[in-house]
Design a protein around this ligand. Structure first.
Ligand SMILES: Cc1cc2nc3c(=O)[nH]c(=O)nc-3n(C[C@H](O)[C@H](O)[C@H](O)COP(=O)(O)OP(=O)(O)OC[C@H]3O[C@@H](n4cnc5c(N)ncnc54)[C@H](O)[C@@H]3O)c2cc1C
Length: 304
């Protein structure tokens, strides 16, 4: 056994630990090999202690929210995977909601509905956590989470800082938390009063559009590619004749060509081969190089 695994479990006690845990169950793609160690901290202090340990001991460390924008290698992750699922408190105060990073967006939108607070309904159906959504600046149907965030508490370089939205460098699927490798601990959402009826209607409309347009019946990580300037990734992929294209058990969705889906038992290698095939064919047809929106572990800077 790697020495750090025993050492960490002695030093940071308020966690549930699982050694050699398969990660496929923690991603919506249902893909990914084993983690050397998976830790579920009981509270924020334990989360910060895990990250401090990983930094000090130079253990590769990966934070998984709901794993809905992740592609994890078949070989797994030889390091510490942190799952902040138990940090899921949401507090309501006047027109604001404060949510911990592990709270699901679905719970947040439901809480906003109960409190008669508008502004979050367009995010209905995004299967992420508050931490993952703030990190990615998730958005849909013309809105992004940054439209409602007023400040974020984040761990940066061992120090907890409160970052106002003006300093969060939010852009299309961009944030300071991603570019500077910060851990989102919690976020404050400033919302406006709205009627329960109108929020409920908007949430229903958004969910219906998702059901009609997206292959929700298959495991995926949502739209696989970023929207290229002046184009839509799905439309380019469709024009390149790639709907239904397969590599192994990974396929371009027939329903929405922007989604790469797992038909059952797809590997990370299948998805990566399909991604490259799509990129090449779209580039040859249009000169546009599609960039993945999905975080590909081992390829992008998600390991700190
Ligand atoms: C069916 C489907 C539909 C989707 N629709 C949309 C959509 O409409 N719009 C959209 O934007 N996305 C969409 N997505 C993608 C995904 O749901 C979002 O990007 C979501 O915000 C990711 O959140 P997560 O908690 O699952 O993050 P994860 O996938 O777990 O992680 C994503 C990245 O965030 C990092 N991260 C997670 N938590 C934290 C934290 N607390 N602090 C710092 N870093 C952290 C991870 O390390 C990783 O780099 C969809 C996905 C699916 C499967």
């Amino acid at each position: 056994m790697r020495e750090w695994i025993a050492e960490l479990q002695t030093r940071v006690t308020d966690c549930i630990y699982r050694e050699g845990e398969p990660l496929s169950g923690y991603t919506t793609f249902r893909i990914g090999g084993k983690a050397a160690l998976l830790a579920e901290p009981a509270h924020e202090e334990a989360l910060c202690a895990l990250i401090a340990f990983a930094r000090a001991e130079r253990v590769p460390c990966l934070l998984i929210g709901n794993g809905s924008n992740l592609l994890i290698p078949d070989e797994g992750f030889d390091g510490l995977v942190i799952l902040p699922a138990r940090l899921n408190r949401i507090d309501a105060r006047q027109d604001t909601l404060t949510a911990q990073c592990g709270a699901m967006l679905g719970t947040l939108t439901q809480k906003a509905l109960e409190c008669g607070l508008g502004g979050l309904a367009s995010l209905t159906g995004i299967p992420g956590t508050v931490g993952g959504a703030v990190y990615m600046n998730a958005g849909a149907f013309g809105s992004q989470i940054s439209d409602t965030v007023s400040e974020v508490r984040a761990l940066c370089g061992g120090e907890i800082r409160t970052i106002p939205v003006s300093e969060a460098r939010f852009g299309y699927r961009r944030s300071i938390f991603a570019s500077e490798g910060m851990t989102v601990l919690s976020a404050v959402f400033s919302l406006g009063k709205d009627s329960e009826e109108s929020i409920r209607r908007r949430m229903g409309e958004v969910m219906e559009m998702r059901r009609q347009k997206q292959p929700l019946e298959y495991p995926s990580a949502g739209s696989f590619f970023k929207r290229p300037e002046g184009h839509f990734a799905g439309a380019l992929i469709e024009q390149a004749g790639l709907k239904g294209e397969r590599v192994g058990n990974a396929a371009v969705s027939e329903k929405h060509a922007g989604f790469l889906i797992n038909l059952g038992g797809a590997t990370c290698a299948d998805v990566l081969a399909l991604m490259r095939l799509v990129q090449k064919r779209v580039f040859d047809m249009s000169g546009v190089m599609l960039e993945p929106e999905v975080k590909i572990i081992g390829r992008e800077n998600v390991v700190f």
